[in-house]
Design a protein around this ligand. Structure first.
Ligand code: IMP
Length: 200
């Protein structure tokens, strides 16, 4: 029987990405819904790793099966790494990203390019039923542009400019972004952890 692991997310996009990256492994990756787990999880951590661990350990406790979880966000150096772990909640969870992005651009008004450095960060945690917990981190470096550009992606992608690509991350195709992204890198790194530590 194929081994099962649970990825602690409700987000179909993330599941698609993790299934593509884990494709060669003989593994069934279930969402919380597919695993029949419906527990409220509060992201009370102050680091990406803490939040990923909170989610993964809550799910392993509820399901008794190896669980993975991620937490991600945007760090802008000039703003002391804001919005950071609060990226989804920045200016209010339900505020549209057109407004969140404009707010950040306004806070960077007049700031020169060399000081507009930023990165997307993704931490992934693996929590085993025997209590072992591992975390990995992936990053994608860039700068905050002067205006939103591009229609692909989501969230802060339109204002995140990748100098080496000459475009914003909202102008990359999904395949291009997955190959470069913080999440893609972190998922590849956790895959190595699972190969090393086992899958149950
Ligand atoms: P999470 O789903 O709790 O990890 O929240 C991640 C939040 O960080 C998202 O809601 C976005 O605001 C932001 N974020 C993370 N990764 C990306 C990305 O690849 N593009 C744009 N925004 C991102």
């Amino acid at each position: 029987m194929r081994k099962k692991i649970i990825f602690a997310t409700q987000n179909e996009g993330k599941l698609k990405e993790i299934r593509a990256i884990f494709g060669e492994m003989d593994l069934a990756i279930l969402s919380m819904k597919e695993a029949g787990i419906d527990i409220p999880i509060e992201e009370t951590g102050t680091t990406f790793e803490e939040n990923a661990i909170i989610k993964a350990t809550a799910v392993v406790k509820a399901a008794g099966t190896l669980a993975l979880a991620d937490d991600s966000g945007l760090e802008i150096d000039y703003l002391n790494k804001e919005p950071g772990v609060y990226s989804a909640r920045y200016a209010g969870e339900d505020t549209p990203y057109t407004i969140k992005n404009q707010l950040l651009l306004d806070r960077l008004a007049g700031v020169k390019e060399s000081q507009r450095t930023a990165r997307f960060v993704c931490a992934v945690a693996a929590a085993y039923p025997d209590g072992r917990v591992f975390t990995v981190r992936g990053t994608m470096e860039g700068i905050i542009g002067l205006a939103p550009v591009g229609e692909n992606g989501f969230g802060y992608d339109p204002i995140f400019y990748l100098p080496e690509c000459g475009c914003s991350s909202a102008q990359l195709t999904m395949e291009q972004k997955n190959a470069l992204s913080h999440r893609g890198k972190a998922l590849c790194a956790i895959k190595e952890v699972l190969y090393k530590e086992g899958m149950e």
